[in-house]
Design a protein around this ligand. Structure first.
Ligand code: ADP
Ligand code: MG
Length: 240
């Protein structure tokens, strides 16, 4: 497997949103500086700690209020289009992502910008579906698929355009054990750089590097086993 190498840089990135009719600001992320070069990175932390906001910074879904975020040299605030063509984003709930009636149509839709010819697009969609073992499900209504099948379909649609980086926001939260294992294997086999947030500590332990987010700050950055321990002790400390 040929690994795709990337440099994702956050330099003093903060995200603040106006609250109370703009009279006050709430800081969602404070002064984050990171170089994300590892192939497998997991972000863990409590609900509301800032994980999704951090992931959304990586493809420009959220722009930093101050500081910069760059992906392979492209600034997410200035070159959003270039950034999004390099960074695929998978949401927790595949139904918020799959917009077409069937998986096949969704994969073809994803390819619309990169492949002009309809015949070539259909062939490319077919290859992607085949690669993920999804051909038998390709023409079923997405509502008739199981949660795991839907998640894989959403993943296939995102990967069909071959992004260099894959960002997934809590991808296993809605999955049962079997589908979670299927997702883990699928992720393990990807050549893309993968950055994901998760409450699934086993999935976090699959990473090379773990970031622990707490109240909008990175409170740990390093070895996965240590990161998970750090998260457990934060959690213990917050219990009544
Ligand atoms: N657009 C927004 N406006 C106001 N508050 C927000 C917005 N987006 C997120 N938040 C708040 O920011 C905090 C961090 O959210 P989020 O990044 O979604 O955390 P996590 O993914 O770790 O649960 C939460 O308190 C959330 O309610
Ligand atoms: Mg979240």
């Amino acid at each position: 497997m040929q690994a795709v190498t990337n440099t994702v840089s956050l330099r003093g990135a903060s995200v603040a949103v106006p609250v109370d009719h703009g009279h006050e600001y709430k800081t969602l992320l404070a002064d984050i500086s990171l170089e994300l070069t590892e192939q497998r990175i997991a972000v863990i932390g409590a609900n509301g700690s800032g994980k999704s906001t951090l992931l959304r910074l990586l493809n420009g879904l959220v722009a930093p209020t101050s500081g910069t975020v760059t992906v392979n040299g492209y600034d997410t605030a200035r070159d959003g289009g270039k950034v999004r063509s390099q960074v695929g984003f998978v949401f927790t709930d595949p139904l918020s992502q799959l917009v077409m009636p069937t998986g096949r149509e969704d994969v073809e839709l994803s390819l619309r910008r990169s492949i002009r010819s309809g015949a070539e697009r259909r062939a490319a969609a077919e290859r992607t579906l085949e690669r993920f073992g999804l051909l038998p499900l390709a023409d079923q209504s997405i509502y008739e698929l199981s949660g795991g099948e839907r998640q894989l379909m959403a993943l296939a649609a995102v990967l069909s355009v071959n992004p260099r980086i894959l960002v997934l926001d809590e991808p296993s939260t809605l999955l049962d054990l079997r589908n979670r294992e299927l997702l883990r294997r699928t992720l393990a086999g990807l050549e893309q750089q993968v950055v994901l947030s998760t409450h699934d500590l086993e999935l976090a332990l699959d990473a090379e590097r773990v970031l622990v987010v707490d109240a909008g700050r990175i409170v740990f950055d390093g070895d996965p086993a240590e990161g998970v321990e750090r998260y457990r002790s934060l959690c213990e400390a917050s219990l009544p």
